[in-house]
Ligand binder design. Structure first.
Ligand SMILES: [Zn+2]
Length: 174
């Protein structure tokens, strides 16, 4: 909870910056060694996801690519790209908040952690799920409100996010 709360703070920071709110922390021996948040719009980089930023920071802090004593907390279910980095880094455990039915690689669309890779990362979803989902929902409803109030001639500053994240209608079990 404590660490997911930290991840949520980073997600809130992303939202304030106009980014889809996703935040991530990496914990080693009870210390946060990596923090990341979504910076896709500002960076205009496909890979500017919260998890990858947190992993890069943890690598730098610990001086190793091996994260087998690390646990990762992220507010939204990791996508295949980030799940790949998590597996490559041999992260010990992943805790995520909201489910991502569009891009999730931890069961939302597919589950890379069930595959026969040499490294086994433990997975737990639904951590502070409501808070994580609410932050995403609020972001997207603000975005829609802003779009609706904009003049039809104004085509600038359009932010699109294809992941169609939480609509609150998901009743599938973990
Ligand atoms: Zn990702």
């Amino acid at each position: 909870m404590e660490y997911m709360r930290e991840a949520l703070k980073l997600a809130a920071e992303a939202a304030e910056a106009g980014e889809v709110p996703v935040g991530c922390v990496i914990v080693h021996g009870g210390e946060i060694v990596g923090r990341g948040r979504n910076r896709r719009e500002a960076a205009q980089r496909t890979d500017a996801h919260a998890e990858l930023e947190a992993i890069a920071q943890a690598n730098a802090v610990l001086g190793t690519w091996r994260l087998d004593e690390c646990d990762l907390y992220v507010t939204l279910e990791p996508c295949p790209m980030c799940a790949g980095a998590i597996l490559n880094g041999r992260v010990r455990r992943v805790y995520f908040g909201a489910r991502d039915r569009a891009m999730g690689a931890c069961g939302g669309v597919l589950n890379l952690f069930m595959e026969d890779f040499p490294n086994k990362t433990a997975l737990q979803g639904g951590i502070m799920e409501e808070e994580c989902r609410d932050m995403l929902s609020a972001f997207f409803s603000n975005l829609r409100a802003a779009e609706n109030s904009r003049s039809v001639h104004d085509t600038g500053g359009d932010i699109r996010y294809d992941s169609g994240v939480p609509d609150g209608t998901d009743t599938r079990k973990e």
